[in-house]
Design a protein around this ligand. Sequence first.
Ligand SMILES: *Cc1c(COP(=O)(O)O)cnc(C)c1O
Length: 460
Amino acid sequence: MGVDADRDAALAAAMRHAQAWLRSLDERPVPARASIEELTAIFGGSLPEGATAAADVIELLGTHAERGLVAIPSGRFFGFVIGATYPVALAADWLVSAWDQNAGLRQVTPANTALEETAAAWLLDLLGLPTSSAVGFVTGGTMANFTCLAAARGTVLRKAGWDEARDGLSGAPRIRVLVGAERHDTVDLSLRYLGLGMPEEVAADAQGRIDIAALESALARDVERRPTIVCLQAGNVHSGAFDDFAHAIAVAHRHGAWVHVDGAFGLWAAASPMLKHLVAGVEQADSWATDAHKTLNVPYDCGVAIVRDPAALRAAMGMHGEYLVMDEAGRDPYERVPELSRRARAIPVWAVLRCLGRQGVADLVERLCGHARAFADGVAKIADVEVLNDVVYTQVCLAFADDARTRRIVQRMLDDGTAWITGSVWRGRAVLRISVSSWATTDADVARSLDALRRAAAAA
Ligand SMILES: *Cc1c(COP(=O)(O)O)cnc(C)c1O
């Protein structure tokens, strides 16, 4: 076969397998049916010496991987906080791979630049954030936290008279980082990457929101007036709760701190007129991390790092290379993210926003929250179960009478396979967590999942 025919055959095979997979989602069990060992026996063995036709490799992949896939893009996956993929985002993502643009340099790839800059402007508009902020498209919420906190680190040290880019961290003034007791663990991980060590915990209330009085007294305790970063949260992974941004940010800024907001999935409340009260005041912060591969339902991997002061982000992430075709005004995408070479991952974001429009994004977020409330209402009719959180957003946390029973029900739900609702521990109690993050979830999916939960509760 010639190059064109070979490629077309591989792409056609991929298309066929993708469509079969996506069509199977409504009826297939959510968990995988094949084990890692079975699949390794098929895909593994020693590396072949010779070549295999591209289409044959795709055929092998599509045929055998299928039983080992989890129906994450179905409407009944409620684990972790994970979105599905909108058809328009998936199709755009295929083009991203086919086009194979390296998205680092502004002048080199005009189509990517136009799409990325448009997506960035639309995101700032939807999220109600300052329109002059810098936006970096990173791999996810973790790297968005890392990228924003790198800008924070450089800035608070510069204000303390220390040039961290030149002199590093040895001998630098020690930075104080204050976090709520229920911040996401990736905030700690980002701080570790940045050499900032463990943060200081500030008490949280029963929903997991940072306690403003405790934050104020922690900030006031600092007699040396050390460089300070405060991390707040939009969307607690157990309760969905939001910190009180208006108050927390005012208090932190009064003490000269940089305020970072981890809003991996919660920041999207801002896109809905009905829900944006949850993030009131969030636009006063200095940086914001969010994900597009959660609430916005684009494919992995796509997170967004947003920094109010573009110069702060560029100081942390920028660099100069003589061989690069650099933008003279300093607008190169690579100067806003840790990577130089990277995928044009803003294009699926552009495609979803272009497809849904402002109203469609608001409807999406409201629909996710509506399903979460329907879960809470439905769960209330099951004997001896309790919804532990105020269901203000997309998360529902429930517990049965004792931890052992809750854990048995987690297992039964997995065995049943109708819906993926897994366990966690929240405020010392074993819980089942329901996270509604998928555009694909329908009222019927919620009803089927509640039926499965009722069956599991009756049997355990
Ligand atoms: C998911 C999540 C993260 C991490 O995001 P990744 O995209 O998985 O890296 C950070 N913070 C919160 C609140 C999250 O829900």
